[in-house]
Design a protein around this ligand. Structure first.
Ligand SMILES: [Zn+2]
Length: 319
């Protein structure tokens, strides 16, 4: 009788230590399921031995890891509970000016590489978001919170075809560069959308922040993403070269200057993998070895800091 009573007390002690220790180790997690019947004896023993100081913290943590990895205890953080309630989808407005008919059909034919719907729909959305190709009477792209739309103007595609034809010779290369530039633009507008839909805090220019987001996503797509970023760099270089005097710089604009956006892309691509992209240093006006070292160090630091920051927000949003 006495022995059974002791056994019961030890058992209760183990359960208490076990549950209490979870609260200590995982303060930010929520248990959605706990089935103590499924907890193996060796884990119970581990909890007891840990409470007695007979095994180390790391051995105890390994036992906890086993429970989580084998689904005996499932945990979920608040962010992982974000439910995907919507998708991006495309529509094409009939242009008023028949000049843009051909561009509309071109956009339809090139949609897969230009929008990458299956890729961007891996992001959880609180509602559907329309990607609307349309005539806007300006060469631009927008995110509209009220209309739940990304608007991409036919004029913008037309402009991009003209710009990229200055940098590439073959039709094939131009087509790729235009597709890539539009894809980056959609990622940029998608960034504005995420900031709006999830109230992501931005401390600085939102335009710079979403430029960084599109760059980070493209860098995760390997060489194809880097090629896309070079196409975008051409676009900034093209407009940057039109500026011939300081009085032409748009100081009032919400965007950074075109050449700043150009060098930001170079810095990010370089910073993501300095050994692979070391040739980019040649495009930056750096004179001394000291300047090169400083730029190089800053770009690596900047890339790491900003991609970590964005990934903190993005990780829970991927399906
Ligand atoms: Zn923008």
């Amino acid at each position: 009788m006495e022995i059974n009573k002791n056994a019961m007390m030890i058992y209760k002690n183990i359960i208490f230590v076990f549950l209490f220790s979870f609260i200590l180790i995982f303060p930010a997690t929520v248990f959605s399921q706990t089935n103590q019947n499924d907890i193996p004896d060796w884990v119970r023993n581990t909890a007891y031995w840990w409470s007695q100081g007979d095994i180390s913290d790391s051995e105890y943590k390994n036992a906890m890891k086993f429970l989580i990895e084998n689904g005996i205890i499932s945990i979920s953080s608040q962010n992982q509970n974000i439910v995907d309630m919507g998708d991006f989808y495309t529509t094409y407005d009939e242009p008023n000016d028949p000049y843009y008919d051909e561009i509309m059909f071109w956009a339809m034919d090139n949609e897969e590489l230009m929008v990458n719907l299956s890729g961007i729909n891996a992001i959880k959305l609180p509602h559907d978001v329309e990607i609307k190709f349309m005539q806007c009477n300006e060469a631009n792209a927008f995110y509209s919170s009220e209309e739940r739309q990304i608007q991409l103007c036919y004029e913008f595609i037309d402009m991009m075809r003209n710009i990229q034809s200055e940098y590439y010779d073959s039709e094939e290369e131009i087509r790729h560069a235009v597709q890539d530039s539009i894809y980056e633009t959609i990622l940029h507008e998608l960034g504005h959308g995420l900031v709006d839909m999830y109230n992501i805090p931005i401390t600085g220019k939102e335009e710079d922040a979403v430029d960084q987001l599109s760059t980070i996503i493209l860098l995760q797509e390997g060489q194809q993403g880097i090629d896309a970023l070079y196409a975008v760099a051409n676009w900034y270089d093209y407009f940057g070269q039109q500026i011939t005097g300081i009085e032409q710089l748009p100081f009032h604009d919400e965007h950074s200057f075109e050449m700043q956006r150009f060098y930001s892309i170079l810095c990010f691509v370089y910073g993501s993998d300095p050994e692979r992209n070391y040739e980019l240093i040649d495009f930056v006006p750096l004179e001394t070895e000291q300047e090169i070292q400083r730029w190089s160090w800053l770009c690596v630091e900047e890339h790491e800091k900003i991609s970590n920051s964005w990934n903190t927000f993005l990780d829970p949003l991927w399906n």
